[in-house]
Ligand binder design. Structure first.
Ligand code: NDP
Length: 309
């Protein structure tokens, strides 16, 4: 391990962070990358069909990123960043009682699953309520499940679950799902997926495990059947950026809590860059997070080695 101050400290070991690490290594920056687990959200995405040049799962793709980043010299630390502060040299990150220091910082911490906040959700989490179809889908072999949401995560979860479960319902609060057309076509072709439009979940029922999902109409209609008998509920309603550790920094954010960046990932804090899902970039995909990471690494190089910010 390189002792002392790193040229670049990257927070987050998903696509954005690891892409940044690959490029930073190639630019000769002494780089440390810190994250909870390697692969980030992409590792939970199941098959990836829209990363040009890659045919396979998200895990395969992320394993390759990690291998490349290590080959170019990045030091990996698996752990949670508990505290971030300014230092004379740049930035200090605390992981438990371990202290890491970098001249420049790229934050690529991504986001966390948004919660419904309805009755039964917290109580039955892990007892039928899930936020990850590829992780938990196999527990529902031959069973009936509901997916909540109307965008691509919900669509992909439903497609994945339809091959495992007997019946999959999707509850969406509007009248047309807004997932990519190719994902919608796949859903339509599935005989065991039923979309229940204009509904929102109001309670998840069950004692020791989920047995039902109570729905309400969003357009004031009386539902013929307001409780679905289900064994599982997959909540796929998007995510919120991880920004907790920036509380002590006067960093510019959007109203939604995304870190404002310029087109190369510079934030409003000198020496700090952001990439991936927590940055306010308009499109959140593995490929765009990867490109964000690359741009941020180049900008970090310009800052550390050429003094440009
Ligand atoms: P999104 O933010 O795109 O969608 C969240 C969905 O959940 C929306 O349909 C939203 O409804 C609904 N929703 C939000 N809050 C609630 C709530 N409290 N109750 C009920 N429903 C709610 O998140 P995703 O994770 O689906 O996608 C994030 C990004 O990643 C998108 O850009 C997406 O395209 C991309 N992605 C692409 C994939 C692919 O295969 N290409 C796979 C997965 C993600 P409403 O529509 O009304 O806002």
């Amino acid at each position: 391990m390189v002792k002392g101050i790193y040229d670049l400290m990257i927070l987050g070991t998903g696509a954005a962070g690891m892409a940044a690490a690959i490029y930073a290594g190639r630019y000769g920056l002494k780089t440390i990358i810190i994250g909870k687990e390697s692969g980030g959200a992409t590792a939970y995405s199941g098959p990836i069909e829209n990363y040009p040049g890659h045919i396979g799962t998200g895990v395969d793709l992320m394993n390759t990123f990690e291998k490349q980043a290590k080959e170019f010299g990045a030091i990996f630390v698996l752990g949670n960043v508990d505290k971030l502060s300014n230092a004379k040299s740049g930035f200090i990150a605390m992981v438990g009682d371990k202290k890491y220091e970098g001249k420049a910082l790229i934050t690529a911490l991504g986001s966390v699953h948004r919660k419904l906040g309805i009755l039964g959700e917290a109580e039955l989490a892990g007892k039928g309520v899930s936020y990850c179809a590829t992780c938990d889908g196999n527990f529902f072999k031959g069973k009936t499940v509901a997916v909540i949401g109307g965008s691509d995560s919900a669509a992909k979860a439903a497609i994945y679950l339809s091959d495992i479960c007997k019946q999959v319902y999707i509850s969406y609060r509007k009248e047309k799902m807004r997932a990519e057309p190719i994902n919608l076509q796949k859903i339509v072709a599935k005989k065991n997926v039923k979309i229940i439009y204009n509904t929102k979940p109001v309670a998840i029922t069950g004692d020791t495990k989920v047995n039902g999902l109570k729905l309400e109409s969003t357009i004031g209609k009386k539902l013929t059947k307001d409780t679905l008998a289900v064994d599982g509920v997959f909540v796929e309603i998007g995510s919120t950026p991880i920004i907790e550790i920036f509380k002590g920094f006067n960093i510019k954010m959007t109203k939604g809590g995304y870190i404002v960046v310029d087109k190369v990932g510079r934030t409003s804090i000198k020496g700090m860059f952001a990439a991936g899902d927590a940055a306010d970039n308009p499109f959140k995909q593995t490929i765009t997070a990867t490109a964000d990471g690359v741009l941020a690494a180049k900008a970090a190089y310009d800052y550390v080695k050429l003094g440009k910010f």
